[in-house]
Design a protein around this ligand. Structure first.
Ligand SMILES: [Zn+2]
Length: 352
């Protein structure tokens, strides 16, 4: 949680749309909130009034997870929240299940095109098919290599083979490509795609200068820090560096831009929040390097970074995030990497 939240401005105060309802952020821009079956219990989705090839309706950004609770909330929004008009396009910021879980269901229902980046579309298709390398069991040797020995945790992770497909039961088979810097006309307004990295393969945020609005997806969140993990499919990755570099791409946006995040409430204070996130990671990196006076595995680092009990779902992200911090320091030349006789990888400070 962000202790510095008071530095941000929430223009709608504590207003949050109840499940199945919408809230007008601006004329023609509506906010709905979908339930999630996790500790993080919601995702925001955004509806933008649109007109594509004579078809009037709404472009939707992100869908919610493919659960019965989300489908039920959507039935209410579709019946009462959209002035009787259809979805004419579904845009995905990125491939995570809370963002694309109902992308197949909604695009089929409305015969609407699906827009996202190539990186996200590819990973979404790979994970929906539970291909080896991105399914649950593939994480096991990766996590063992980084110090996880708890048999019951490993067993729970092994049993998560169908985690992604269970939350994303149907995916669109084709897409329209979004690329960095591309202009997208939505409801007569020009929006610009800003791609970001480190959280997902090719995350798309959307910025509209005329409305002074940024749909930030998961790249900038007001209350929690974006998960940045080294996963089994890219074991040598440096996602924390990618993420920190990506934050710089928001530097030229106005200080008073209204940020519409996927989790939490709409806020102003983009540059303040980015500075907070940078400070958060610098503090974590400082703690990690100090701990590595003696060799530490990623699993050794987890309790340092997450001072609370973690279930298997949370641990898989926590371990990935601990490794992301270790990898950045390793790539920066601050740590050396040692593989022990026990097969576990540990990192140790290099004295300069
Ligand atoms: Zn995400």
């Amino acid at each position: 949680m962000n202790a510095l939240e008071a530095q941000l401005d929430y223009p709608f105060d504590d207003t949050i749309p109840a499940p199945g309802t919408v809230h007008d952020v601006l004329p023609g821009l509506r906010w709905a909130r979908m339930p999630l079956p996790f500790a993080l219990d919601h995702i925001n989705v955004w509806l933008l009034e649109d007109d594509i090839e004579e078809r009037r309706g709404w472009s939707l950004v992100d869908t919610g997870a493919g659960t019965d609770a989300t489908r039920a909330a959507w039935e209410h929004v579709l019946a009462d929240g959209l002035a009787g008009q259809p979805l004419v396009r579904v845009i995905a910021t990125h491939c995570h299940p809370d963002h694309v879980g109902l992308s197949g269901w909604l695009t089929e229902r409305f015969d609407a095109p699906f827009w996202t980046t190539t990186g996200e579309f590819g990973f979404m298709r790979m994970m929906a098919a539970a291909l080896p390398g991105v399914d649950g069991p593939s994480a096991i040797p990766h996590f063992e290599r980084h110090g996880l020995v708890d048999v019951s945790m490993l067993e729970q992770m092994r049993s998560r083979r169908n985690y992604y497909p269970s939350l994303v039961p149907l995916v669109p088979e084709s897409y329209t490509r979004l690329q960095d810097g591309q202009g997208v006309s939505i409801g007569g307004n020009a929006w610009r795609v800003i791609t970001g990295f480190g959280h997902s393969p090719e995350h798309a945020s959307l910025y509209c200068a005329a409305l002074n609005v940024l749909v930030s997806g998961d790249m900038v969140l007001p209350r929690i820090s974006t998960n940045v993990s080294v996963f089994a499919v890219e074991p040598e990755g440096n996602p924390l560096q990618l993420y920190l570099d990506s934050l710089s791409t928001f530097a030229d946006l106005p200080a008073d831009v209204l940020v519409l995040p996927s989790h939490g409430k709409p806020f102003r204070g983009l540059h303040t929040r980015i500075a907070q996130l940078r400070e958060h990671h610098v503090a974590r990196l400082t703690e990690v390097i100090a701990a590595c006076a003696t060799p530490q595995s990623a699993m050794d680092i987890v309790p340092l970074m997450f001072r609370r009990p973690l279930d298997a779902h949370q641990l898989s992200f926590a371990l990935g995030e601990a490794l992301a911090h270790l990898h950045k320091l390793w790539y920066d030349g601050e740590l050396r990497r040692i593989k022990g006789n026990d097969g576990v990888v540990r990192f140790q400070q290099i004295s300069h």
